[in-house]
Design a protein around this ligand. Sequence first.
Ligand code: ZN
Length: 456
Amino acid sequence: MSDTAAVYQFSAAQAWQDPQWRSDATFGVDSTGHITAPAGSSPAYLDGWVLPGMPNLHSHAFQRAMAGLAERRGPGDDSFWTWRETMYGFAERIDPDTLQAIAAQLYVEMLKAGYTHVCEFHYLHHQPDGTPYAQPEAMSLALIEAAREAGIALTLLPVLYMSGGFDGRPLSSRQRRFGNDVDGYLQLLANLRKHESHDVRVGVALHSLRAIPEHAWRGVVEHEALKNGPVHIHIAEQIGEVQDCLATRGARPVEWLLDHAPVDYRWCLVHATHLTEKETTQLARSGAVAGLCPTTEANLGDGLFPLARYLQEGGRIGIGSDSHISISPIEELRWLEYGQRLSTRHRNVAARKAGDSVGETLWREALKGGAQVADLPIGALDVGKRADFIVLDKESPLLAARNERSVMDSFLFAGNLSPVRHVMAGGKWVMRDFQHRDEARIAARYRMTVTRLAGA
Ligand code: ZN
């Protein structure tokens, strides 16, 4: 059998093949886990609504274990910056084994929720005092191993993190384990690229404008090793960051980035919350993706992205679960729309013209944007793409009496019991009948790990 001969044949009652649902769609899956043209007879019947799994374009895996632990009021005004101190204290306790146990649990939860891919924005590189591990990429390898255990596709984005503020100050004692100079970072990338496969891609992440000194900026973005593949960056998440950027660089963060970096379709601007109308238009026209994380942005009190104007200008979006206080593409997309409704006092904001479905618009746009900055062939049930799909339970009461026009809106906007029943990722069934293939073992190890962390 050749490497690309079909090993599965499927016939789906209804499959989402953009821009619409198709009845009795047939397709094959080859031994590399990619979709092929249908061939042969007797396909397995997928009795439900089949749609591409969602890419998750922004994750800090270790933060899964501190979800819910920063919700008690402190002595002063709580903000993103006080949350960050809690997070730094937690990060000090994470080592490669701990990270693998947390990330594997997180990735199982992602798959069960309908995410079949994750971009891991990874900055815990070294030991807590900044000393490299004996194997310098040990923490990155823990994430690759966790993704393999869970069966999720991974775009690993090691983060370049050089300074502690816009003024170029050195990293604080709690930030030392994040730091690399440019040469060390390029070596890390080179080492990790040896681990690329059908399931793992390695890209570039720049932590934020404040973490890379202005004098280093051009050398970084123009470096030969960074000219291919995705580039992700945190930007304009907080008003304080906008003010600091204006004070030190004389421009707002997104304005500065668009003026100083070759921002195009390869770039993912994570959050991009605080934009002027001009920045919104320019970002939309750049071809880059806005990486929106609505539940985290709500949890941290960031603000609201100007979605309506950005989409009207043709802007591209994707979603991420970021700090993992929620792990659900339903909830990210629902709150993306609800934030707009609350602030504009209008309904159906994401839909562009009369008759458009909000659910279809959001799922479609997040698939496309997520796939664009994942640098893997994902996000569609087309020949050559990874066989990453979810099957919605046709028995779910939430979807009873729904049809092609209404099912996606009910999936995203009705109830709280996820109807995601089966999940295939990379041509393998990772979840059947709501049960992940290895969830009991991975959850048991996770419980032991966080119990040990709590006592540390
Ligand atoms: Zn982030």
